[in-house]
Design a binder for this molecule. Sequence first.
Ligand code: HPA
Length: 234
Amino acid sequence: MTIHIGADKDDIADVVLMPGDPYRAKWAAETFLTDAKCVHEVRGMFGFTGMWNGNRVTIQGSGMGMPSMSIYANELIRDFDVQTLIRIGSCGGMQPHVKVRDVILAMTASTVATPSSTIFKDLNFAPCADYGLLAAAAEAAKSMDVDVHVGGIYSSDTFYDERPDLNKEMQRHGILGVEMEAAELYILAARYGRRALGVMTVSDHLLTGEALPADQRERSFGDMIEIALTAAFA
Ligand code: HPA
């Protein structure tokens, strides 16, 4: 047990999927896993462990933003010895060819700063996905006929932006979408020699203002989860 994850070490699998929303963790576990059991509910940030195609997997909420992600990923890596961490979440589309409902595989995650920035000081570390996971996820998406984009995303510290110029620069440099967690996950995986990937469904669009209606979210999010599970055990 750790401060934020009230589970026994054996309760957590080697592979962990991390949605921001703990209720999405519950929905994903109930929908995709067999024999899923809630292994802890500290702060309502549920963790569920069950089986997928004969493989043991945990789905643990990360909360919103990099400080929250950092707490859960640190404890999963350092205390539970988790080897593979895949963020499954939503993002805002930033390019015209990226449509709402599309899936983005985050090859890199640019940021202004993360909870690890104090370590790097003036160095601009380049957080990137595990190549094996990324390639397997791209392959899975192709075989499922899901519209997928592979490229850079932007991990922002703010949802309500006071710096629209940052989004503009990200867009100008080909960044596909914006979310708030992946960069710190990638940095922690690099530091501890683990595998990480971010798989994001485009839930809204910064250029068009379009947003996915609630009733259509589930199916799109389902594609993303299947891609993540297939990649984890490829
Ligand atoms: N900004 C930041 N995070 C997000 C967004 C967004 O527009 N959409 C989904 N997650």
